[in-house]
Design a binder for this molecule. Structure first.
Ligand code: SAH
Ligand code: SF4
Ligand code: F3S
Length: 463
């Protein structure tokens, strides 16, 4: 069901908390782990906090409310969140009225919820990601009744529109178009913590995109666990086309796509609207072995995957491609692993995000025999990255000497010079000398040097 937050008791609780906070200068600290979906959710969390009378702070020490937006995708992500949470215990001792909330995918895991409830007494509430609109209610109950709440597993089929949102950037924006996942890849926790697929309506998405473009946003990234499985009143290809038809000086990106739903229609729309629909595709491979793909429940094989890559390259010649790979899935042999290297060698991705398989409680793969040792995972990932670095570098070298259009994104962290981070239409990172005034502007730059992960442009050719 799709409904508006304003039609439930969301607004009432927001107003009540704002009234309680009205005479004080309250502050919220939000920290986000995980994927862009979580980043987008955090913009809603901040929007709600602002509506309840909390201003954002980057210093947890001065916060009246701390919210961690967590990720459960791998063990390491969970460990990082728990270690950060541990640091807040002493803050609660100093300020007993401090609200500590745990949102995101970890909060949707029953065993984590129970652990936080019994062992982390300073945690005020946990709330799974499908129910963010209940934050004001939980905050109110904590402030007025001193109640701790641990909310999981209700209303997972709903889409809630109309939540306030405080966006982090002026020139780029995330727009969630669908939530959840139906695929149950055997290694993955996401379907258990994010629920089944549900799509927003075409009009809600179009209206949001139009408003963003009117606000001067230059880059819209459509988000979903599998954006190309979008099933609103139309399919994903038609949705993209309708967004691309919005007048304005902006580009559209999307992530993540599932190979099973890359239709010819989608490739056709991308080619017709390039570069307004950016010539970039993130196409997660996971494994190059047909046997492992089957055990992963990925529903495509090597041949199908490579045929999509070929079609994308044939129809959109300047397209950049990236992928995700898991090494050390249970029972992966040296031969299976070589099949993965072989696809990487054939597909020539611009960027590969490689992960060591991490068993997730409750998923079928975690119970499989023949788990692979950490030593072998580490050895394989190192070999894979070494090979891929050479491919990425050689892809990047081809751009040296060419003039490219980039959108300036941010100041780069290098302290020695004033350098900016910019992105080509194909999502390549480009560094060149510049300053804050360039952020959100398109520029033409001449590439004069390539790295493995980035390109460097000559500052004299920026005009
Ligand atoms: N919906 C997307 C990706 C979601 S998670 C898709 O279908 O591809 C992002 C990436 O994390 C996945 O592509 C996968 O490579 C990795 N991942 C997911 N579960 C994992 C696990 N248990 N261990 C290691 N990596 C994992
Ligand atoms: Fe996880 Fe697979 Fe769904 Fe992606 S498609 S979120 S990897 S279950
Ligand atoms: Fe992590 Fe949840 Fe995203 S598990 S990767 S934050 S959907």
């Amino acid at each position: 069901m799709i409904y508006n937050a304003k039609d439930c008791d969301f607004s009432e609780y927001t107003d009540r908390v704002r009234a309680l906070n009205s005479s004080e200068n309250k502050k919220v600290y939000i920290f986000t782990f995980g994927c862009q979906q979580n980043e987008a959710d955090s913009e809603k969390i901040l929007g709600m906090a602002n509506a309840m009378g909390y201003d954002k702070t980057d210093d947890p020490d001065e916060a009246d409310m701390i919210i961690l937006n967590t990720c459960a995708i791998r063990q390491h992500a969970e460990e990082k969140a728990l270690s950060m949470l541990g640091r807040f215990k002493s803050l609660k001792r100093k300020n007993n009225s401090l609200i500590v909330g745990v949102c995101g995918c970890m909060a949707a895991e029953e065993h984590i919820k129970n652990m936080l409830k019994t062992d982390f007494h300073y945690v005020t509430f946990t709330l799974e990601p499908n129910m963010l609109h209940r934050i004001p209610e939980l905050v109110y109950k904590s402030l007025v009744e001193g109640k701790r709440s641990f909310v999981i597993g209700e209303d997972r089929g709903d889409v809630v529109e109309g939540m306030p949102m405080t966006r982090r950037f002026g020139h780029k924006a995330w727009v969630s178009i669908m939530y959840g996942c139906n695929n149950f890849c055997s290694y993955c926790i996401v379907p258990y913590v994010r629920g089944r697929e549900r799509s927003r309506s075409v009009n809600d998405i179009l209206n949001e995109c139009k408003a963003l473009v009117e606000d001067g946003v230059k880059e819209i990234t459509l988000l979903g666990q599998n954006v190309n499985s979008y099933r609103g009143e139309c399919d994903f290809a038609s949705l993209l086309e309708r967004i691309a038809a919005i007048e304005g000086d902006f580009i559209i990106r999307f992530m993540t796509s599932h190979p099973k739903d890359v239709s010819d229609g989608l490739i056709d729309v991308m080619s017709r609207y390039s570069p307004k629909i950016a010539p970039y595709f993130h196409l997660p491979l996971q494994s190059g072995s047909d046997r492992i793909l089957k055990a992963m429940n990925r529903t495509y094989n090597r041949e199908r995957f490579l045929s999509i890559v070929d079609k994308l390259r044939a129809k959109i010649p300047d397209i950049c491609l990236s992928t995700d790979v898991i090494v050390g899935f249970p029972s992966e042999t040296e031969e299976d692993f070589r099949d993965t290297l072989d696809i990487l060698d054939k597909a020539k991705f611009d960027m590969v995000y490689a992960f060591k398989y991490s068993p997730r409680e409750g998923t079928p793969a975690a119970k499989m025999s023949e788990q692979i040792s950490m030593d072998i995972k580490e050895e394989r990932i190192a070999r894979l990255l070494k090979m891929q670095d050479a491919i990425s570098y050689s892809n990047n070298e081809k751009y040296v000497g060419s003039v490219m259009t980039v959108l300036v994104d941010s100041l780069s962290k290098r302290k020695d010079k004033n350098t900016v981070n910019a992105r080509t239409y194909g999502n390549k990172l480009v560094h060149f000398e510049g300053d804050e005034s360039m952020i959100g502007k398109y520029m033409q730059v001449k590439i004069d040097r390539a790295g493995i992960y980035e390109l460097y442009a000559d500052k004299n050719n920026n005009d």
